[in-house]
Unconditional design. Sequence first.
Length: 217
Amino acid sequence: MSGLVLVVGNKNYSSWSLRPWLAMKLLGLEFEERRVSLYVPGAKERLLDYSPAGKVPILIDGERRVWDSLAILEYLAESHRSLWPAAPAARALARSISAEMHSGFAALRQHMSMNIRKRHPGKGRTPEALADIARIVAMWSDCRTRFGAAGPFLFGAFSAADAMYAPVVLRFRTYAVELPPPCRAYADAVLALPALGEWIDAAQRETESLPQFEMYG
């Protein structure tokens, strides 16, 4: 694949943008990044120039437009089989937990939004958010126990599932969520990825502050 363009939003806040960006970096793909500052005048119109959904992320591959993080990951997986685990049982589980991340965890999103630049230890711990955290810890532990022996990620080698949960790792860092040792080791492995470090560095250089994501000051 060549001539790829990925349209992303603010790196400090846009968890959805991070997911395909990280996967493309880990796949070693060359692509042009186009950043659109979100929630400012004209942002929606700029995004509508790229896709009818008017949301980030958007992958441009020639005449093709692919939007939505999970759709982009599936599109990339058609050319890069390593993006999902090779074993059918592991691949089925990886797709299931990725879809669960895509559609669920509303309380975590609401009360612990991604904010790379800030630290809010102890904040956002509503009963619903704590239930979301417990479910994620259970999933991570299950994946690591059953399929993680070959490497430090959920299914050993880095996969689309890790791309889907990378923003959660960053949320857990921001809000100082305590994790059991296997999950802590997994989160540390994700944080140690040079590509994620590149994204974090870019987020820290951003100057926009979006009030809807700064609920704790």
